[in-house]
Design a protein around this ligand. Structure first.
Ligand code: F0G
Length: 355
């Protein structure tokens, strides 16, 4: 029986944990770093994916949320609130349920993946859909939590960043050092900020011998960091990163400049291509926003901007099952239907074998 069930226990020495902090856990973290041999060959690099979709609620948000909820409980709060494109709300709802807190989530109406909405409802959160986008939802939540006795659990809450930095520790442990490049999708920019903090702290503690270059990728229709200014009407199929005014912009820019990294954009077409390619060539199914990291690496490879043989980790932030509609509508066709006979099935099998 593993008593160190979650990140709070495993990385206690690196986290703001006191004797009063409850060691909340749904067994988050400890996600696999999966080697991608087929894509490595195709791209001429050593490619790994950090599959955060295997966290308890299916995204990296669990790492930050377990820390934020534990501190909320420690501080005597009984209600948490967040704005979300879906994954933060799923994680907040689950850890609030686990800890007996009330949870209120604001989501952009019509722009949240089906699985994420189902999770928030199942875990018992109070879900409010606003007629606006994520940035507007976050503004409202910040105003309300500044006045009311409600704990804000978006990544502007520093405990979220503290929990999320543990993913960088795991990458270093798995590779025995930091990689050459850490490629990551960027939305509200909390996660790139958190990874960089994790890499810097591990390096300072001599648990790694170098720092990676941080490569952030935004969706082309929601790329404020690439344009250098907020985008008022962000648009992308990758609804998780449909964000025009990232709250942790400064953290992201710091990570990129200090690490000698870069920020770039990828089109929805490039995102969907990477999303499908990863699933069918490596057997790893992530959600569309997550594939922005791989799409960015493919784009750089095609532009001749990747050093051959580089060790690259693409962060896959969420599970493909979160957003089944995208897979059904944009990747595959509907299954072909035939009469329930041996002959009819075999005829189709022979036919598709020839295609
Ligand atoms: N990938 C996924 C699957 C996400 O859900 C998010 C953010 C990101 C990437 C970007 O991370 O915001 O730290 O730069 N989702 C937030 C949410 C906004 O509400 O679930 P970031």
């Amino acid at each position: 029986f593993n008593r160190q069930s979650g990140i709070l226990e495993r990385y206690r020495e690196f986290l703001p944990i006191t004797e009063k902090t409850p060691l909340v856990s749904l067994h988050e973290g400890n996600t696999p770093l999966i080697h991608a041999p087929n894509l490595s060959k195709q791209l001429g690099v050593e490619l790994y994916v950090k599959y955060e979709g295997l966290n308890p609620t299916g995204s990296f948000k669990d790492r930050g949320m377990v820390m934020a909820v534990a501190k909320a409980v420690e501080e005597g709060s009984n209600t948490i609130m967040c704005a979300s494109t879906g994954n933060t709300s799923a994680a907040a709802a689950a850890y609030a349920a686990r800890s007996g807190l009330r949870c209120i989530v604001l989501i952009p109406s019509g722009n949240i993946a089906l699985g994420k909405l189902a999770q928030a409802i199942a875990y018992g959160a109070e879900v409010i859909a606003i007629d606006g986008n994520f940035d507007e939802a976050l503004d409202i939540v910040r105003e309300i939590t500044a006045k009311e006795p409600i704990t804000l659990v978006n990544s502007v809450n520093p405990y979220r960043i503290e929990g999320q930095k543990t993913a960088a520790f795991e990458v270093c442990d798995a590779l025995t050092d930091a990689p050459d490049i850490l490629a990551i999708p960027v939305g509200n920019a909390g996660n790139i900020t958190a990874y960089w903090k994790g890499f810097e702290e591990y390096f300072a503690a001599k648990k790694s011998n170098r720092l990676p270059k941080m490569y952030g990728f935004q969706a082309a229709g929601a790329a404020p960091l690439v344009h250098g200014e907020p985008v008022s009407n962000p648009e992308t199929i990758a609804t998780a990163i449909r964000i025009g005014n990232p709250a942790s912009k400064d953290g992201a820019l710091n990570a990129i400049s200090k690490s000698n990294g870069l920020v770039d954009s990828v089109t929805d077409e490039e995102i969907l291509h990477a999303y499908h390619l990863l699933a069918k060539s490596e057997g790893v199914f992530c959600e569309p926003a997550s594939a922005a990291s791989l799409a960015g690496i493919i784009k750089l490879h095609e532009a001749g901007r990747l050093q051959p043989g580089s060790q690259i980790v693409c962060v896959l932030t969420g599970n493909g099952l979160k957003d089944p509609n995208i897979a059904l509508k944009l990747v595959g066709e509907e299954p072909r239907s035939v009469p329930a006979t041996h002959e009819a099935v075999m005829e189709l099998v022979r036919q598709s074998g020839r295609e």
